[in-house]
Write a protein that binds this ligand. Structure first.
Ligand code: AKB
Length: 315
């Protein structure tokens, strides 16, 4: 990778991916784009930025013609809970918008990164140690869109030789930007509330395990995958990756090691609970380890220590 365009750069991942890529590849070689008129976080400033609606194929094409990237990170998307509240919006942005981006990647001969998710699995998928290749019958529009894009990315590689690559992200935890409209968001909000009020009311029930990862590991993973020797990649577009699996009690216990009086209570949201119940409890990520050396560094306690220290400085 030498010159990169990122869509959805104001989102939870984009806001940290932009400064990470700029550090590695040079600020002027990373074009941040988003629907909004300017970067939302200070970290994303200090390099080229452009307003871009991924559904506007003409404007997207003009941007590519001018900037000439060799790689597109297509991060624009609507998350799971927001997608269930508005399935048409989820399809339009997550499938139609992603198809625009994929087709333009073919036209401009760029590599293409697509972020799939644990949401690409569903209730009939084995929930423990979920295999890389297994049943995928998701019960959310967000999940349907992720499976559609996994298949389309595979198809574009087979049919056109396009260099498509991607991972299935677990819930991502970060201190730089808040997630919005996801099911795993509770695992970010809990840290803010722990510091602000010493208590948190969880919309996800006790005993509900989901895969999670700290943002620095997610950023390392995507760069490692995009720089991997293509000859070693068998799966390409949908690598299971995870660093930990916990339920609300587990993350609360980890926070209590730093804030002993921290209290968790529950007011379960049926919609987000149903989504969480349909997702795996823990993924098998041996394909990612074997094919491109995936190796996360943060477990739950190490992440908690870092999150609380960083957030304390910010709030
Ligand atoms: C969400 O909760 O929607 C996302 C995801 C796991 O894809 N964080």
């Amino acid at each position: 990778m030498k010159r990169i365009l990122v869509t959805g750069s104001n989102g939870q991942i984009g806001a940290e991916l932009i400064p990470h890529l700029r550090k590695l590849y040079g600020a002027e070689n990373v074009l941040a784009t988003d629907l909004q008129p300017k970067p939302l976080t200070a970290a994303s400033e200090g390099g080229p930025y452009q307003t871009l609606d991924v559904l506007d194929a003409g404007a997207f094409s003009e941007t590519l013609k001018r900037f000439r990237p060799d790689t597109i990170f297509h991060m624009a998307g609507v998350l799971s809970a927001k997608g269930e509240a508005n399935p048409k919006l989820a399809w339009d942005v997550n499938v139609t918008g992603s198809y625009v981006a994929l087709e333009l990647a073919r036209e401009y001969k760029t590599s293409f990164f697509f972020p799939s998710s644990i949401a690409a699995f569903g209730p009939s998928t084995p929930h423990a140690n979920t295999p890389q290749d297994t049943i995928q019958r998701p019960s959310t529009m967000y999940g349907v869109a992720k499976v559609t894009m996994e298949l389309l990315c595979d198809y574009y590689h087979l049919k056109y030789g396009l260099d498509t690559r991607g991972v299935r992200f677990p819930g991502l935890i970060s201190y730089a930007a808040l997630p919005g409209g996801g099911t795993t968001d509770y695992a970010v909000h809990i840290y803010y509330e722990a510091l602000k009020t010493g208590r948190y009311t969880s919309y996800i029930g006790k005993g509900t395990f989901m895969d999670m990862m700290y943002m620095p590991d997610a950023l390392d993973a995507v760069v490692k995958l995009m720089e991997a020797d293509p000859a070693k990649l068998v799966h390409r577009n949908s690598f299971n990756i995870t660093a930990m699996s916990f339920d609300p009690e587990g993350i609360a216990a980890s926070i209590r090691k730093h804030i002993p009086g921290f209290a968790i209570s529950y007011d379960v949201d049926p919609m987000r609970q149903a989504i969480a119940d349909s997702w795996p409890d823990s993924l098998d990520c041996s394909a990612a380890r074997d094919e491109w050396g995936f190796e996360p560094k943060y477990d739950l306690d190490r992440m908690t220590a870092d999150m609380l220290a960083r957030l304390k400085e910010r709030i």
